[in-house]
Ligand binder design. Structure first.
Ligand SMILES: [Zn+2]
Length: 593
């Protein structure tokens, strides 16, 4: 059968930028916020009954939803055409309105603080508010870090320079120009393009891509700027810990927002660090396959094996995904059918379309998926990955709005799980050579999302600790920390071909500038999914049980939720069982040498 391969946004949002409803929705944002403020500003802080808070929740979540509809539409439009200036202009208008609106809503945080810990906890235990429990618990925990209104205002103003440091990083690195010599011709390229050449089959091109990145990032000028931007972000983070009275662990702020206990995160980091040799095993096997045992280098880490990739039409790819879902579960299958039939998957690359792939969903709305399908096996995996997200968003609709979104550490569960299901099927339909390449890519991704992310966080933790205890760091010291953390990750399995060439790697990771310590959630999410997959395959966890975990959205802290399924995320066993899955794949890969 043929599928429609473009989003039908008119069916779900507006007929176009000139739809009068869009103008009305935008014009309504501030009046709606004002009405809400009028209703609650004076009374919210003195609420005493569950009924009052239920009504507040209902109004607040409706307001948040209605406020965001226009900007969801514009985000989707700009994803389809990033160059559409009309859309960009409209987004700018809305941003301005949001700033106004969020100023009007500052009273909400103050109100919670006024209500106080004890009352919020008593509500959390009230059966009438059972469906909001986790939001109440995390609100109760967080109010102690909210300062008074006057201080919060000052911090709001003072936080602008920090935002500026982040955008300075983006603007600066965005202005960098890269050149590469390919077939004797020097070409000007974007960073994105240069990065993708690191996966080229031709080794000299991969090497050239690395050199091209370093020519720009490794200049003294770039290192001084990026080093200073980074340390000022870290200093601000450290100041926030002191001012708001967060626990002294430099990661505590992130752990609180991710609903993760400090000891769980420490366990994750140390268990993965202990397993670094597994990554080295994979790289050694890969070096053998590439015939590069004696000088396997940084620029070979993401290399393909150079085998021909099987090509799929989108119909073949989607049918493959559907057949996997059909065997797995009816809800997964049905929603996959609905996604394509209801025109919520945008499939092919086009000029101006945003790169990569994503799924997007929110309470009360259906999921949308954007792909850039080019017919490769990797693209087939991406379909299952993004559809997994879409289904997760659909299943969590069962939750109330304040507890709809799962924390990031749980957000990759359905996506990776679906990819793994697909992997089993793929094996049976492709040639052994194609499977070897598939496994190489899969393992490359897994090590990048588990091991490399952990290495980033270990680097961050070191830098944050130094700065939090009053050390001044220059880019040279940052380079030193980076080198140490890289060396322990690779431990001789990768040759650095030019002395200190890879030392500035930290300066190329946007995440550590924008959202400190965020990267561990990817590592956790992957390991958790492997553990769940294991349990489902062995029958220890039923498919319904797995779906219940997805349905729970953000209604429970990960640790409490998973405990119900006999998963203890504070135990070493849990991480080792996830890592054993990776080991099995590495063993399989080694056998293909
Ligand atoms: Zn994902």
């Amino acid at each position: 059968m043929t599928y429609s391969t473009e989003w039908n946004l008119a069916r779900y949002f507006y007929t176009g930028l000139d739809d009068p409803k869009l103008a009305t929705d935008i014009a309504n944002i501030l009046p709606l916020t004002e009405n809400f403020s009028k209703k609650y500003q004076d009374s919210f802080g003195s609420f005493t009954t569950p009924e009052q808070i239920l009504e507040f929740y209902r109004d607040y979540t409706t307001l948040s939803h209605d406020m965001a509809t226009a900007s969801y539409y514009l985000f989707y439009r700009s994803s389809l055409d990033t160059q559409d200036l009309e859309v960009t202009k409209k987004m700018g208008e809305i941003d301005y309105i949001y700033t106004e609106a969020s100023n009007q809503l500052l009273f909400v945080a103050q109100g919670w603080k006024q209500i106080g810990y004890d009352r919020i906890i008593s509500w959390a235990n009230d059966p009438k508010l059972a469906r909001f429990k986790n939001d109440l618990l995390s609100t109760a925990d967080s109010i102690k870090y909210i300062l008074g209104e006057a201080e919060e205002k000052v911090l709001n103003f003072k936080s602008r320079p920090l935002g500026l440091a982040g955008s300075l990083h983006d603007e600066l690195t965005g202005s960098y120009e890269f050149t590469m010599t390919i077939d004797g011709v020097e070409k000007k390229l974007t960073e994105e393009e240069v990065r993708s050449y690191r996966q080229h089959t031709d080794r000299s091109i991969r090497m050239e891509a690395y050199k091209s990145l370093r020519r720009v990032y490794n200049t003294k000028q770039a290192q001084i700027s990026l080093g200073n931007i980074y340390t000022s972000i870290v200093k601000d983070w450290s100041a926030e810990i002191k001012m708001r009275g967060y626990p002294t662990n430099v990661m505590a702020q992130r752990n609180i927002s991710e609903e993760m206990d400090d000891e769980v995160v420490d366990m994750l980091l140390s268990e993965v660090e202990k397993s670094y040799p597994l990554y080295q095993r994979f790289l050694r096997a890969k070096a053998k396959m590439l015939g590069l045992e004696s000088d396997f280098s940084v620029h070979d880490v993401s290399a393909p094996l150079g085998k021909v990739d099987k090509d799929f039409t989108f119909e073949e790819a989607y049918d493959l995904h559907l057949s996997v879902m059909k065997d797995f579960d009816k809800d997964f299958y049905d929603y996959s059918i609905r996604m394509i039939e209801e025109e919520r998957i945008d499939v092919f690359p086009r000029a101006g379309k945003r790169g990569g792939a994503f799924a997007s969903y929110r309470k009360w709305d259906e999921s949308f998926v954007l792909l850039n399908f080019t017919g490769k096996l990797r693209d087939v995996s991406t379909i299952s990955h993004e559809l997994g997200h879409a289904i997760h968003g659909h299943l969590s609709q069962w939750q109330e709005a304040p507890v709809y979104d799962s924390p990031l550490s749980m957000a990759e569960t359905a996506s990776i799980f679906s990819e793994m299901l697909l992997g089993e099927k793929v094996k049976s339909i492709i040639s052994p050579e194609e499977y070897k390449e598939y496994l190489n890519e899969r393992l490359g991704d897994i090590f990048a999302t588990i091991f490399r992310q952990v290495q980033y966080v270990i680097f961050e933790r070191e830098v944050h600790n130094q700065i939090h205890t009053g050390q001044e760091l220059t880019y040279k010291e940052l380079n030193g920390f980076w080198r140490n953390s890289q060396e322990s990750l690779y431990s001789g399995s990768v040759a650095y071909d030019v002395g200190a060439e890879d030392e500035s790697g930290w300066s190329m990771i946007p995440h550590i500038f924008h959202t400190p310590f965020y990267c561990y959630a990817y590592a956790f999410g992957n390991l958790l999914t492997f553990a769940l997959y294991n349990k489902v395959q062995s029958g220890e966890l039923s498919v319904e049980g797995y779906k219940d975990i997805l349905r729970s959205g953000g209604s429970e802290r990960p640790r409490d939720l998973l405990r119900k399924y006999n998963i203890d995320i504070a135990s070493s066993d849990f991480y080792q069982s996830g890592l054993r899955e990776v080991e099995k794949m590495v063993e399989e890969f080694e056998k293909l040498i």
